[in-house]
Design a protein around this ligand. Sequence first.
Ligand code: SF4
Ligand code: SF4
Length: 229
Amino acid sequence: MSFQLPNTRPVSSSERVNFHCKCCGACCRHVRETVPLDTLDAWRLAKYLRGRGEPIDNLDTVFAKYAEPVILHESGFSMFMLKSTGPDDACIFLKDNRCTIQQAKPRACRLYPFSVEPTPDGRYKYLLSLERGHHFKGGQVQSGRWMKHNFLPEDREFMRMDMSFAPIIALLLGKVPDAERKRAIIMYLWYKFSDYDLGKPFLEQYRKNISSLISQLQRLAGTEGQNGR
Ligand code: SF4
Ligand code: SF4
């Protein structure tokens, strides 16, 4: 399921939607560079895979093995998407039309066919993807309940932080002089995606890392102490 779902319409939290997953796997195919694996997703996945016996000590292993970076801006601002494989570009975790990481699948997959968009007042707007018609019969879900079950408080807090810090980081990356760009991108990748202890709570580490990243980028961009960064 893609990062920006095509053909969506807004739904209220009280709306009931006819939906029943038929486990056809269609939404997990043709997903090249479209299923985001954000840092919280990778942290959960690392713990889950390690629990299944995979030799995973950190997030780097998960990103290297199961995801690929997609550069969103020439400044180096980027994100990770799940790898796809085979002639139909199926998600690397799809086997026999089933998701093999059901308990730890990324937020975008948990929410599908719904998705969320932040609103200026710090809340979230719910959207429903209409791209596939065959699953809109045979069952019923209330969108608010779906979100309560699948869009967890930790996801909400992470997304809120991520969305508020993203423009600041992108701006600072853009201001770093060319001579320091490589160093800035390494710092960006380190703090945003790498420097996490799987044994400690995630959000606290994320907040601390992003704060360190912003300080380091301000130093490289020469904007330390300036208002508005
Ligand atoms: S959500 Fe829809 S497209 Fe995806 S597996 Fe279920 S029925 Fe198929
Ligand atoms: S993680 Fe699972 S649900 Fe998400 S695209 Fe891959 S196989 Fe499908």
